[in-house]
Structures are given as C-alpha cells and as structure tokens.
Design a protein around this ligand. Sequence first.
Ligand SMILES: [Zn+2]
Ligand SMILES: [Zn+2]
Length: 135
Amino acid sequence: MSKLIKGKCLCGDVKYEIENRFEQFYICHCEQCRKITGSAYASNLFGDPRRFNVICGLEKIKRFDHDVRGFTKAFCIVCGSGVPYLNTKGDSIVVPAGTLDGEPNFTQKNIIFHKEKANWSEQNEIDRYFDGFPF
Ligand SMILES: [Zn+2]
Ligand SMILES: [Zn+2]
C-alpha cells in the first residue's frame, strides 16, 4: 500500500487525499476539455476510488455532466478550480493534476484527442519566456 497524496483547490475550501499510485495520466486536447479548462488541454490522473477521501469542502463541490463523450467536470463553487470526481462508470477518481500538492506517481502518461488540439497550443512559436509576470 503506497502513501497518500493531498490536493486542494485554489481557495483551499476543498481538500482531499488519495493513494499516490495512479494507473493513467491523460493529457486531453479535446474540444470539451479546452472549453471547460479555458486552456489548451486538461491534465487528469485516474486513481482508486477506494482510497480517495474529501477532507473538507464536500458541500462546496458542484458537478456538471455533459452528454458528449460522458464528459464531467467537478469544481469548487467558491474559486472555480477543478476538483476530483468519480467517473460515470464508477471505477476511477479523475484527479485534475494541477490540484495536487505533490508529485504524482503514475504508470502511463498519454496524450488523447491529439487530432483535436488547437494550433495555438504548440510551444514552438514562443516569442519570449518570462520567469514570472511579464512586467
Ligand atoms: Zn476553492
Ligand atoms: Zn477531453
């Protein structure tokens, strides 16, 4: 049995823990993930529901289910951050990787819906790099 890893939303009202042993890590470029993240792609880890626990803020979590591709998003109603949720099949906890407070251990990392990726998400035409804010 491996260790637990903790995570939280940006405002900290929602906190959770889960076993730090994930089967799959999916970077998804699909249109739905772009919309829901407002960004180039979603980064989700799939973990074991038997070793997942919401430490606090369960009442602050809102869930949205979209019928396209069985797509789901759960988020903190205070700050809007994505938070983990049980997938519709009920066999995995989907953890938005950016909410973790440590380094996840995972078996496989995959890019999915690569054909749908936005052209602007390519990192090869960057004009300048800044270490922080650009001012
Ligand atoms: Zn929050
Ligand atoms: Zn997607």
